[in-house]
Design a protein around this ligand. Sequence first.
Ligand SMILES: *[C@@H]1O[C@H](CO)[C@@H](O)[C@H](O)[C@H]1NC(C)=O
Ligand SMILES: *[C@@H]1O[C@H](CO)[C@@H](O)[C@H](O)[C@H]1NC(C)=O
Length: 358
Amino acid sequence: MERRGWWGCCWLGFVLAICCLSIARGGGEPKIKPLESSPHYNHTLATIIVEYASAVYVSDLMDLFTWTCKRCHGKTEGFEIIELIVDVQHCLQAFVGVAEDLNAIVIAFRGTHENSIENWIDDLYWKQLDLNYPGMPDAMVHHGFYFAYHNTTMRTGILNAVEKAKEFYGDISIIVTGHSMGGAMAAFCGLDLTVISGAHDVQVITFGQPRIGNAIFSTFYSQLVPNTIRVTNGHDIVPHFPPYYWYFPQKTYHHFPMEVWLYNVNLESLVYTVEKVCDKTGEDPSCSRSVKGNSIADHLVYFGVDLMGGDLVGSCRTVVEPHLMKYGSSDAEGNIVLSKAPVTSALTSRVTKRDRII
Ligand SMILES: *[C@@H]1O[C@H](CO)[C@@H](O)[C@H](O)[C@H]1NC(C)=O
Ligand SMILES: *[C@@H]1O[C@H](CO)[C@@H](O)[C@H](O)[C@H]1NC(C)=O
């Protein structure tokens, strides 16, 4: 009896010591299965794509559809929109088009907030992992982010436009982007195109996106869409939400790789921006997780490009000139889809270039 008591005590001590050790060493940190090879981070490409993520915020549909808006100049010059989708009911906007210089279909999602961005961020704190991602055992996501892409006019509009573009341009690559909530939708879209449409050359580049699922989801995601870059900026608050609890691996949200963290350093009174390519875990403690992350200002400008344009409240506003409706339709809820046939210019100029080489 006495002997047993001693053993029991010893055993308990042993278990406690192991527990303490594993907590101290961060052994409880949820792991995702690492990628075999890291996606290649291309700075030039990121600074082009951020301009698409910015343009999709434009509320004057005429300027956007004809690619004549102020934000449509610069590095995106010559882009051809094929489809512009506005879900008025859920305050969402996205476009699909072809960028000849990138030889790619570009899809961009607006990050939208029906209320102020402050309210939206407050709300992010409480988001539960409450939906099983279909076909992925134990992969959990937040239903709100999932439905914004899957259960609105967005998904059908985008899949149709991608189909149309592929018929015309062949199997060219697809780049999906978005800022903030638009980044979450871009990730679900990239995954959908890979899983459902069997697209094999899908690249996702998001800016200041929130977490969208658990560690198991992140593993599935990063194996299916390995070519993903998640850009975060300085103290941007949004990538810190919904929260990451390393000591609660079964219940916590977990970012997917690969983060590229932009932060400023002062050297001899000059400010330099460092672009840190983070590790393959998605939750690199030396990247944006190393700072408090309490800035809304850092959420609004990436690579010097203004994303929301100061239009923080009422970004659901849309300006539609009546004659624009000859390009599209609007349903009973007032949702709008504008379409254009792909133009031949992109294709012919490519053929001409090749002809010249031959
Ligand atoms: C980076 O992207 C740009 C724009 O698409 C492209 O011209 C360049 O070749 C890429 N660089 C590398 C190293 O892949
Ligand atoms: C999906 O969208 C429809 C129409 O907006 C809505 O009635 C339905 O409740 C949504 N489904 C879920 C599960 O939220």
